[in-house]
Design a protein around this ligand. Structure first.
Ligand code: HEM
Length: 217
């Protein structure tokens, strides 16, 4: 009974994902996790990160992995390459920012793959049903008016480059994949940013959060 339901859920998920991949080929991100060093002959040698640590902040952790590989705009591995698990997300339009915040954010567009930014963190997040049951204006009030997420975040750009991927709509187990890149000398500032955000009212609605710290290879 459970297995049949799980099978149906997976089939539904695969259909949804295929639909998104078709409609939004470019913004899709797939993160492949490898338990061991993938054989170089089976895989494109770009987009690799060494996993330094995987720590659950809240809820269940992720399985161990030694390497992560980021693929934008594609979601299949070459024949012969096997990932131990895959996380998927897609970029999309902003939901909460006001026009003034949009302008402030645009002053420092998040530049990924800067040579100096050899550190990265992947932080998949799932929010609670209580969050998703709120109306849009109540969520915005918690996120910004009461938690100052955007205002706090703006203090850390451009040193911390960020990208937000939505995963909930793809039927993934996380709602968001958040991605950050920074220089080793800014690792302390990144930790400070995380501490500030995790102490906010918004974070009371976070029911699963895993921090994966990485080094670009
Ligand atoms: C580097 C500084 C940061 C800036 C400038 C920033 C900015 C933003 C902005 C503008 C949004 C709203 C996007 C929208 O309107 O849809 C957002 C959403 C979000 N950010 Fe950040 N952020 C930063 C750091 C972080 C960090 C460190 C985390 C995770 C630990 C994080 C997690 C999220 C999540 C999960 C959302 C989606 C919230 C939701 O839709 O419920 N952000 N961020």
């Amino acid at each position: 009974m459970f297995r049949a339901r799980e099978k149906r859920r997976r089939a539904r998920r695969a259909r949804t994902f295929a639909w998104y991949a078709m409609r939004m080929a470019a913004p899709i991100l797939a993160i492949f996790a490898f338990e061991s060093e993938p054989a170089p002959s089976t895989i494109a040698p770009t987009g690799f990160f060494r996993v330094e640590s995987i720590r659950a902040q809240r809820g269940a952790t992720l399985p161990d992995a030694r390497r992560l590989q980021l693929h934008e705009g594609t979601h299949t591995l070459p024949a012969g390459a096997h990932a131990s698990y895959v996380l998927r997300g897609s970029t999309g339009h902003v939901r909460y920012v006001t026009d003034t915040e949009k302008v402030a954010l645009a002053v420092h567009p998040p530049l990924l793959e800067r040579p100096v930014a050899t550190r990265a963190s992947l932080i998949p997040i799932r929010k609670s049903d209580a969050w998703w049951e709120l109306s849009q204006d109540k969520r915005r009030a918690i996120l910004e008016e009461r938690s100052h997420h955007i205002a706090i975040g703006l203090e850390y750009v451009p040193a911390i480059a960020r990208r937000l991927y939505h995963a909930r709509e793809l039927g993934e187990s996380f709602d968001f994949l958040t991605w950050f890149e920074y220089a080793p000398s800014d690792a302390g500032r990144f930790a400070e940013l995380l501490k500030a955000l995790r102490a906010t009212e918004e974070w009371k609605y976070v029911e699963r959060e895993v921090q994966v710290d990485l080094t670009r290879l």
